[in-house]
Design a protein. Structure first.
Length: 229
């Protein structure tokens, strides 16, 4: 426990990148982390196959629709953090993973078209809540945003989400070369040399802020859940 699921039917929304960044940060703090790579393209497994994967982080692949719930539950019984990376489509595997989540993170780029895809993910979360008779906390994570400018479209999307009571993390995953580079070189951001990639320090600060916000959100939601039961 807890189980954090990255979901969005939009391909390229930033699910795998954000999942790996969060998992690495947690692992570098000493936590045992399992990432369940439930995407048949196995992007997280390829990353973990390169050098530098933190020693307390394990990646499980070969996850099928029929086995995903068992895999998630078995991992959650063993380690304090289970992170699930899903493929960018709607499938039974996605629905099953969401049904087990303590927190679903919906990564979304800052355009209206991307936000519309995030809404589909949120609808699926709400359907799973009804189907399984349990609350499933979730939050949108804005990805690939500019660290320098705040475009009006992004503010408009935030306003619309606030009006519809869709929770959005304060921290955004900015567009940074370092977040791409970990998939080329392997390992965590901290292993990237400043001569290899620019802006590593800013990317690390961004990753740490995102991780801190996710951890505090998990704490708040688990307190709320306990109060409800
Ligand atoms: N914060 C970021 N900064 C820079 N590049 C990013 C960032 N997030 C994602 N990318 C890049 O965007 C592309 C898509 O990201 P990613 O693979 O994480 O998305 P995804 O939602 O997992 O996609 P899929 O649905 O295909 O699994 C990749 O090329 C990745 O390197
Ligand atoms: Mg992916």
């Amino acid at each position: 426990m807890p189980i954090i699921v990255f979901a969005s039917p939009k391909g390229g929304a930033g699910k795998s990148t954000s999942a790996v960044v969060l998992a690495s940060e947690l692992a570098l703090r000493g936590a045992e982390v399992v990432i369940i790579d439930a995407d048949p393209n196995r992007p997280v497994s390829s990353w973990a196959g390169r050098p530098g994967c933190p020693p307390t982080l394990t990646v499980l692949s070969d996850v099928a629709e029929s086995s995903i719930i068992d895999e998630i539950e078995a991992a959650a019984a063993r380690v304090p953090f289970v992170i699930v990376d899903l493929e960018g489509t709607a499938s039974m595997t996605v629905a099953y993973a969401i049904s087990r989540a303590d927190l679903v993170i919906v990564p979304t780029q800052g355009s209206q078209l991307d936000a519309a895809e995030a809404v589909k993910a949120i609808r699926l979360i709400r359907q799973q809540e009804r189907a399984f008779g349990r609350r499933i906390p979730y939050a949108v994570l804005l990805t690939r945003t500019s660290s320098a400018i705040r475009p009006r479209t992004l503010q408009h999307i935030r306003d619309e989400m606030a009006r519809n009571e869709v929770p959005v993390l304060d921290t955004q995953m900015h567009e940074r070369e370092a977040f791409r580079a970990i998939f080329s070189f392997g390992g965590a951001l901290q292993g990237l040399g400043a001569s290899q990639v620019s802006g590593v320090e800013s990317a690390i600060r961004n990753a740490q802020a995102m991780t801190a916000e996710v951890v505090s959100l998990l704490k708040r939601t688990s307190e709320k859940m306990e109060a409800l039961t």
